[in-house]
Design a protein around this ligand. Structure first.
Ligand code: BDR
Ligand code: CA
Length: 309
């Protein structure tokens, strides 16, 4: 199995991603680091521990990391994920405490202890990853690659052009791209495509198996940003974990990517998909670009099937 560290802001769809990763035989979840994003840090940690209890994986270490982005003030995403970050689910609190040394120390010790390079899967603002890579650049060769849910080659969600995880901490995302570790971007171009019908979610919510019930509840959570815009059955971040075990479900291309840090476009990932050099190549390129494997299309039906299975 692929050794993996998950970095999460649990989060309705982070919870789905954790349940999938723990259940899949080809993935070995070494540990989970938490960051503020969809909910405040303490809530994210509590949610992650509760979800691992449901998954029957209470031995996986969990640690809390950054309470806020590198530069921006903390912001709430309660209008998307509910006050508790899990859409008001009723789940007993975990009896377990998080790792006392915190997320950066936990990630470092897991990387040092692994016999093979580890895949970091970031499903949240990338503050913890940026802190890790800045504090311990010597660990970069121990990271196989960074698979991140974030960014977009097209439209945004947090703003017209920026995706939430990158928008929440753009400097952190820029540091991660600049780290030299190979990056795979599971952005909104594919994230928005994969969902599960509501009647399937309702059926799961009625099952006796605790994991199925929780998955059903989470899939049934109505996300709404505007009164007339609801979407359900959203597997969200879980799709980035699916990409680890079924890369053939995605069409990717390698392109130069940069994170915008200023003005209205702050948090946008610009993906340069041009085949031929442009005027900027002749007159001096602006900003720092890094080659990233960008997921552009997904076989949504098969990915939804993989998730449910
Ligand atoms: C990302 O933001 C959060 O709402 C989700 O958990 C996902 O990681 C999508 O933009
Ligand atoms: Ca997330």
């Amino acid at each position: 199995p692929t050794p993996v560290i998950l970095d999460v802001d649990t989060g309705v769809d982070d919870a789905l991603a954790i349940l999938f990763a723990v259940a899949h035989p080809d993935i070995d979840v070494l540990g989970i680091s938490c960051v503020a994003g969809n909910a405040a840090l303490d809530q994210v940690v509590a949610n992650t521990l509760r979800i691992l209890d449901v998954a029957g994986a209470s031995d996986i270490p969990v640690a809390g990391g950054a309470r806020r982005p590198l530069i921006e003030a903390p912001r709430s995403a309660a209008h998307v994920h509910g006050e508790d970050g899990l859409g008001g689910i009723e789940l007993a609190p975990s009896a377990r405490e998080p790792h006392p040394d915190g997320a950066i120390a936990l990630m470092r010790s897991l990387l040092l202890a692994s016999d093979e390079p580890v895949t970091l899967v970031a499903l949240a603002p990338q503050t913890n990853l940026a802190l890790l890579l800045r504090a311990h650049p010597d660990l970069a060769p121990r990271i196989e690659r960074i698979v991140f849910m974030g960014g977009s080659a097209g439209e945004g969600n947090a703003t017209a052009v920026a995706e939430f995880n990158v928008w929440h901490d753009p400097e952190a995302a820029a540091i991660v791209l600049d780290s030299g570790v190979p990056c795979y971007m599971y952005g909104l171009d594919v994230f928005n495509r994969v969902s599960i019908p509501l009647d399937t979610a309702e059926r799961l919510a009625g099952e006796t198996d605790a994991r199925a019930r929780v998955v059903g509840h989470l899939l049934g959570h109505r996300v709404s940003r505007a009164p007339d815009h609801h979407y359900t059955g959203w597997i969200g971040d879980a799709g980035a974990v699916c990409s680890l075990v079924a890369p053939e479900l995605l069409r990717t291309e390698i392109h130069p990517v940069r994170v915008e840090l200023g003005g209205y476009s702050r948090g946008q990932t610009i993906v340069d998909r041009r085949e031929l050099p442009g005027e900027d190549s002749f007159h001096g390129s602006v900003g720092t670009w890094h080659d990233v494997e960008v997921a552009l299309e997904v076989d949504a039906e098969r990915m939804a099937g993989l998730f449910l299975e």
